[in-house]
Design a protein around this ligand. Structure first.
Ligand code: PXP
Length: 243
């Protein structure tokens, strides 16, 4: 089974916001990515609206609803947005002011889990699949299941930022164990954060890995070689291990 690719196009919007106009257009980027073999388009609407805007979600869901995966914090405002535009799926992520990007998985404490339960039930009632962005640890996987999610997205930040091969292998092991446990619990498994052309194949090779959500490395590479070539290269890297 080939691992699916979700392309995070937030940084197309980052570039657009730099001049406050209407290009480069995330809808055009989504059209390109889907035509070139991406299965999902990922966007994160942040509270500070630093890149993606509500109108982006509106336009993207209007054209490509079945392929739209929205990352969002678990706030009333964001739940209302998701219910209004109904993307195919939502990934709930922690969000903190002034962070450069998502800084890790959800903290699975009792208060967070109780809030996640409500949101997960509400979104799934309207046909939106819910994924929880969690750290790759058995406790977190079990808590994600208890919160009612159908999907977990395992955070690959620590794996991606590992400074030595020994540490990288340790974090890879965490991802392997969490993938196995999640599958045993009947969860679908995604992964993402910091994945690039060099480090992606070991994650893609995990048995049961369904989808990888990747943004920064693809869009950065596209600056030099164009989006089609960058996507082709990522597709190749993701499919390095034919399973
Ligand atoms: N998955 C989640 C939950 C994220 O928050 C992000 C960053 O927006 C990504 C995947 C993609 O990370 P990157 O841009 O480093 O590939």
């Amino acid at each position: 089974m080939t691992v699916k690719l979700g392309v995070n196009i937030d940084h197309i919007a980052t570039l657009r916001q730099a001049r406050g106009g209407n290009f480069p257009d995330p809808v055009e980027a989504a059209e390109n990515c889907l035509a070139l073999g991406a299965e999902y388009i990922v966007l994160h609407i942040r509270r500070d609206r630093r890149h993606m805007q509500e109108t982006d979600l509106e336009r993207l869901t209007k054209k490509f609803r079945k392929h739209i995966h929205l990352e969002m914090a678990n706030t009333r405002e964001m739940v209302e947005l998701a219910l209004r535009y109904k993307p195919a799926s939502v990934c709930i992520v922690p969000e903190y002011p002034n962070e450069l990007t998502t800084s890790g998985g959800l903290k699975m404490d009792l208060k967070t889990i109780s809030a996640l339960k409500k949101t997960t039930a509400r979104l799934q009632k309207d046909g939106i699949d819910v994924s929880l962005f969690i750290n790759p640890a058995p406790y977190d996987v079990r808590k994600a299941k208890s919160a009612g999610a159908k999907i977990v997205e395992l955070c690959t930040k620590d794996y991606s930022e590992a400074k030595t091969e020994h540490i990288r292998k340790k974090f890879l092991e965490d991802i392997s164990m969490s993938t196995i446990l999640a599958k045993e619990l009947g969860l679908r498994v995604h992964s993402g954060h910091g994945l690039n052309f060099e480090n992606v194949s070991d994650i893609a090779a995990q048995n049961g890995m369904e989808c990888l959500n990747i943004g920064f490395s693809i869009i950065s590479r596209a600056v030099f070689v164009g989006l089609p070539q960058a996507l082709l290269e990522m597709r190749k890297a993701v499919s390095f291990y034919a399973r």
